[in-house]
Design a protein around this ligand. Structure first.
Ligand SMILES: C[S@@+](CC[C@H](N)C(=O)[O-])C[C@H]1O[C@@H](n2cnc3c(N)ncnc32)[C@H](O)[C@@H]1O
Length: 227
């Protein structure tokens, strides 16, 4: 079942939390570009692990949808999402509200969330419950044990995370969804355009080629279709 844990923010540092919004914009744009369904005007959308709601706003500005729900375990982030959303027809709830939304969504998204979940099978079951038949779930992550830098990343993320960070292989994500009623597809994320070079890159990418290889090879976008 969906986690009922409540946090203020998933990071121990508000600075880390706030940096994620501008830091992820470019990647949300790439993710939206990969979406095969191009007309969302009549679609109901879920953003799982919505944080401060930035992805939902960008999606609405790029491809307007009928209605969206963002869920997260972090109440502080949800409060910011509600305050910041001015245009999108969206509501933001704690994840514990999800079980009441059975058979509600045409599409779901999660960007860099599934690597933090304690039970992938429970998550796949929850998504199967809230998606309509034929519903599609796009989930992106570069956090997995097939990432050659994962040991260092796991330590760096664990240092600022209020959540225990599991160790999942890409096959664990794929296997959990295949076992719970989804057809599974995957592709390399391949961020569009130029990748910014940032002062604190060295924590995650010792060299620039590590960063470029991460975005072209290691970060993965799954497409899970409820069959
Ligand atoms: C790395 S952040 C990514 C946030 C956002 N999707 C983005 O792209 O910027 C991970 C998010 O997942 C949320 N999260 C962690 N565990 C969760 C869970 N069990 N259920 C729902 N959200 C969760 C965190 O609170 C945080 O907002």
């Amino acid at each position: 079942m969906t986690q009922s844990q409540k946090l203020d923010t998933w990071t121990t540092s508000q600075e880390e939390e706030d940096r994620m919004v501008p830091g992820h914009m470019h990647h949300w744009q790439t993710m939206i570009g990969h979406v095969r369904e191009r007309d969302l005007r009549h679609k109901t959308i879920l953003d799982f692990g919505c944080n401060q709601g930035g992805f939902i706003q960008m999606l609405f500005n790029t491809m307007p949808f009928a209605r969206a729900v963002g869920v997260d375990i972090a109440e502080g982030s949800l409060a910011k999402a509600r305050a910041r959303n001015q245009f999108a027809p969206a509501d933001f709830f704690h994840t514990s509200q999800l079980p009441g939304m059975a058979n509600t969504f045409d599409m779901a998204f999660s960007h860099e969330v599934i690597y933090l979940l304690p039970d992938l099978h429970a998550h796949a079951k929850d998504m199967a419950q809230v998606l309509k038949p034929g519903g599609v779930y796009y989930a992106a992550t570069g956090c997995h044990t097939d990432n050659p830098r994962w040991a260092d990343w796991h330590k760096a993320i664990s240092d600022y995370s209020n959540i225990d960070v599991p160790h999942y292989a890409l096959d664990d994500y794929a296997g959990a969804f295949a076992a719970n009623g989804f057809a599974v597809e995957a592709k390399q994320f391949r961020s569009d355009g130029f990748i910014g070079v940032e002062p604190d890159d060295k924590v995650y990418y010792p060299t620039l080629i590590d960063k470029l290889n991460y975005y072209s090879q290691t970060k993965i976008l799954f497409r899970f279709v409820k069959v």
